[in-house]
Design a binder for this molecule. Structure first.
Ligand code: PMP
Length: 454
């Protein structure tokens, strides 16, 4: 009798993988996950992993939060699905919009729902294009973002993303322009202070605006802390400096808070941590603590008013997704906001972030091959370096960060290789002993791989 195929083989035979290093999967097999407990996941062999990536940054309440599961079940019992078209909308969606504006940095505003962060960025771009057209400035279409940023994978949001891998799709589309990344350690010039570096980025932004023509630029999008580009907090004074330039030229600043929003940086919003108020916020991931696919565009008062006026003029905004404002997603989001903000999860991040920084700093100090520790709250990266003194990276062919992440996985710790850095963004429920487990396994993996390659 034929042997049943393993989970790993079945996964490879029938599933098409995204963002996955295939040779590594062929060699190591797929981790097929069955369930989770707090910050841990379990595979089909019963092996337990501490997921220091929170899934994809999003499972902030852990993998089995009962309050969230109960909120989902209750809403499935009550009203399991609806839309937000044609003047109809679920009561949960109404309540969620009120809540989002209440917790936003805006004194008033409006919310539009999507299924993902990519779609929320696309939606915001379409809103800006729609505004340009209806305000007599149809040429106002260019979108500015930064190199190294991540904004998603749809044709528009991938065009916004500042990563060379999108070249395989012939992206970016015309009119998507990337400016400098605020990574002082990597891009600061010899003898340049952090303040001078920030001032240079603001000057370069203004040069791009002048070159392109301010009246052709629809908006500037930025993650408060660049996430999937390698956890890059802004250089000192960055948002104040660039917002001044953008305001001068009448260009809206959109904060892509898909990762930073709802507690990741220690405050409700990343823009609060870095002390600026954007014109709109893009939210997803933590919005439902990863338990339902949902994204939101949260418009501040000025953009909300201008869009309202523009829509009134032509009677409708011809855009929306079948599941926009799904009642179950909305109920989960309402509960997730409560759990994160009022049941101690965000407080846990605030309280334990210094401990996380300290533990990682000690690991860096004991190692000869970590060039930089960077991050905030519960999002950190350690940059592997052949020679930290000269910031010389390892030979790319050595795949150092991938080897570290694979060694961690073997030991039951999931962390993410990004460039030559190792990213740690654990669920907010992570306790002190679990943090110590993370430090121990990570340090063992670093020592093992550095002994092999250096
Ligand atoms: N913006 C940011 C800042 C993100 O980190 C991501 C996802 N990692 C996205 C947008 C895209 O979100 P999604 O994967 O839900 O489309």
């Amino acid at each position: 009798m034929a042997q049943p195929q393993s989970w790993e083989k079945r996964a490879e035979e029938y599933s098409f993988y995204g963002f996955t290093d295939l040779p590594s999967v062929h060699q190591r097999g797929t981790v097929v996950v069955t369930h989770g407990e707090g910050p841990y996941i379990f595979d089909t062999n019963g092996k337990r992993y501490l997921d220091a990536n929170s899934g994809l940054w999003n499972m902030v309440a852990g993998f089995d939060h009962q309050g969230l599961i109960e909120a989902a079940k209750a809403q499935y019992d009550r009203f399991p699905g609806y839309h937000a078209f044609f003047g109809r909308m679920s009561d949960q969606t109404v309540m969620l919009s009120e809540k989002l504006i209440e917790v936003s940095p805006f004194e008033r505003g409006k919310v539009f729902y999507t299924n993902s962060g990519s779609e929320a960025n696309d939606t915001m771009v379409k809103m800006l294009w729609f505004l340009g057209g209806s305000e007599g400035q149809p040429q106002k279409r260019k979108i500015l973002t930064r190199w190294n940023s991540y904004h998603g994978v749809t044709a528009v949001s991938a065009s916004m993303t500042g990563k060379p891998y999108n070249e395989v799709f012939g992206l970016p589309l015309d009119g998507f322009i990337h400016v400098g990344s605020p990574h002082y350690w990597r891009f600061g010039e010899e003898g340049e202070t952090e303040e001078q570096f920030t001032a240079r980025l603001a000057r370069e932004l203004e040069e791009v605006i002048t070159r392109e023509g301010a009246d052709t630029i629809a908006g500037f999008f930025a993650e408060p802390v660049i996430g999937a580009g390698g956890v890059i907090p802004p250089s000192k004074g960055y948002f104040q400096a660039i917002q001044k330039v953008l305001k001068k030229h009448g260009i809206p600043l959109i904060a892509d808070e898909v990762i930073c929003g709802f507690g990741r940086t220690g405050n409700t919003w990343g823009c609060q941590t870095y002390d600026f108020i954007p014109d709109a916020i893009i939210s997803s991931k933590n919005l439902t603590a990863g338990m339902f696919p949902m994204g939101a565009v949260i418009l501040g008062p000025e953009l909300a008013d201008r869009l309202d006026a523009a829509v009134e003029a032509i009677e409708e905004f011809p855009h929306g997704f079948t599941a926009s404002g799904h009642p179950v997603g909305s109920a989960i989001a309402l509960k997730a906001i409560d759990v994160v903000m009022n049941e101690g999860l965000a407080d846990n991040v605030k309280r334990l972030a210094p401990r996380m920084e300290q533990g990682l700093r000690e690991i860096m100090e004991r190692s000869n091959h970590i060039g930089e520790l960077r991050g905030v709250g519960y999002m950190w990266a350690l940059e592997a370096c052949l020679d930290p003194a000269t910031k010389t990276p390892f030979d790319g062919d050595l795949s150092v960060s991938e080897r570290i992440a694979n060694t961690c996985t073997d030991m039951g710790l999931i962390c993410r290789p990004l460039g030559q850095s190792i990213v740690l963004c654990p669920p907010f429920v992570l306790t002190e002993p679990q943090m110590d487990e993370m430090f121990d396994k990570l340090e063992q993996a670093l020592n093992k791989v550095f002994a092999e390659v250096a």
